[in-house]
Write a protein that binds this ligand. Structure first.
Ligand SMILES: Cc1cc2nc3c(=O)[nH]c(=O)nc-3n(C[C@H](O)[C@H](O)[C@H](O)COP(=O)(O)OP(=O)(O)OC[C@H]3O[C@@H](n4cnc5c(N)ncnc54)[C@H](O)[C@@H]3O)c2cc1C
Length: 412
């Protein structure tokens, strides 16, 4: 019997699993897919927590401010390559615009903008969804005292792909830079840039910074990362990417390793399909066992407690069951809060369907939206599956997942 089974391997499930495993619990994580971290910029948004806590039913209302802060600190501890910016305009978007972020990878943190003399945008050849012609004017606005230059970098290894019309994504490049060969090619390219700028630097010009997409210096063995970055002849700043996101992907891999290093076990490609319930002494119900489909077989899993981290409509936690737009929670068939209006005709407005999800009590146990009674005593709901919030408009996607994942990991 497991102490805890976590269902879902996105940010919320992984963090919950890590915290529980660190508390000496015997934890199994089952997940069908990789989660939305692969689309995620790598920049952790908490949103305006104070304001969001005033919104009826918002998940932040389930926790006090101190608990939210503890979760945030915990994420920083787990990922020492992240730093807390206190929400300043701290990083560059894929279009070279300033973007705020609450916890950001160190390699993305902007230097003092006024102290930069020259900014060299390094453009790897054939990189999909990267638009230097848009990025350069935006960088001109960001580095007001700086001069912007562009250097193209032709990487032999990708030339053939390029000629064949195969898209070269940020993930492909980020993986390549991590190879010995890739690191050497990048170091040489940066060395050439330094040579070009050497006379200016000797004449007292302010610093030269290389800005580049598709580089992930984080989630790398810490000592090695330090060496890897320090090895570049000029300071290098990373720009965030559109999806597929190398930052999100490496963060997901890093969190999995942390979880496994703590003794947690993972079954990939495993879909939880149903559960069996039993009554408790005080008249409630609890999950007795979980049925999981993996590699064509059904596995029965038993645990004291279950953390449900299956995401929302995108993650697979909520699914449409018929053409009448009826939806259900996919594992325990929990009662779903469904807003009266499903969508708004104004694309950029709040979309009511984003608020659909599972309501819980302060312990994160699911409740019936009508009676407010706890439905399952030993199940904890975390992350995107929670009701009454919109990660995109409220810009608090990772913040809610981290807070709820941390709290569940502490409670189980
Ligand atoms: C395109 C996009 C960009 C984003 N960008 C940002 C950003 O820049 N900053 C930010 O803060 N937030 C961002 N977010 C939001 C943030 O990534 C999410 O809110 C958060 O990661 C949700 O995590 P989750 O673990 O709750 O769910 P998910 O990431 O959806 O994970 C759910 C997991 O459960 C698994 N699963 C589902 N059903 C089952 C089942 N029955 N059995 C087993 N496993 C199952 C899935 O395979 C998946 O692994 C973005 C989200 C998206 C979609």
């Amino acid at each position: 019997m497991w102490d805890v089974v976590v269902i879902g391997g996105g940010l919320a499930g992984l963090l919950a699993g890590i915290r529980a495993a660190q508390r000496q619990k015997k934890v199994l994580l089952v997940t069908e897919g990789v989660g939305t971290l692969f689309f995620f910029s790598g920049i952790i948004d908490y949103g305006d927590v104070e304001q969001l806590r005033l919104l009826p039913g918002h998940p932040y209302q389930l926790f006090d401010q101190e608990t939210i802060n503890r979760g945030r600190k915990y994420m920083e501890q787990v990922c020492p390559d992240y730093i807390d910016t206190e929400r300043s305009e701290a990083v560059l978007s894929p279009l070279g615009l300033l973007r705020s972020g609450d916890l950001v990878p160190k390699g993305m943190k902007l230097p003092n903008l006024l102290s930069v003399g020259s900014v060299v945008l390094l453009v790897p050849n054939g990189l999909k969804d990267f638009f230097p012609e848009i990025v350069v004017p935006n960088l001109t606005n960001v580095f007001k005292n700086g001069q912007i230059y562009v250097e193209n970098l032709v990487v032999e290894e990708f030339q053939r792909w390029f000629e064949l019309g195969r898209p070269i994504t940020s993930v492909d490049y980020a993986d390549y830079w991590r190879t010995q060969k890739g690191h050497k090619v990048l170091k040489q390219a940066i060395g050439k840039i330094k040579e070009k700028f050497s006379s200016r630097l000797e004449n007292g010009e302010k610093s030269v910074v290389v800005v580049m997409p598709s580089l992930v210096t984080e989630y790398w063995e810490n000592a090695r990362r330090g060496k890897w970055v320090a090895d570049f002849p000029l300071s290098v700043m990373e720009i965030s990417s559109f999806s597929p996101s190398p930052h999100g992907r490496h963060l997901a891999e890093y969190l999995r390793h942390i979880f496994q290093d703590l003794g947690g076990e993972i079954v990939f490609g495993a879909r939880a399909v149903r559960s069996e319930l039993e009554p408790t002494e005080n008249g409630y119900q609890r999950c007795k066992q979980l049925v999981v489909q993996s590699k064509g077989k059904e596995l029965i899993l038993k645990a004291e407690k279950y953390i449900l981290a299956t995401g929302g409509l995108l993650g697979g936690g909520i699914e449409a069951i018929n053409e009448k737009r009826e939806i259900r929670e996919a594992v325990f068939d929990l009662p779903v809060f469904i807003p009266e209006e499903w969508s708004s005709p104004h694309f950029f407005e709040d979309q009511p369907y984003a608020f659909a999800g599972i309501m819980t009590d302060h312990q994160l146990c699911p409740i019936n939206p009508l009676t407010r009674e706890v439905v399952l005593e030993n199940v904890y709901v975390v992350g995107r599956l929670l009701a009454h919030w919109d990660p995109w408009i409220q810009r608090c996607g990772a913040g809610v997942s981290i807070t709820s994942g941390f709290v569940a990991g502490e409670s189980v």
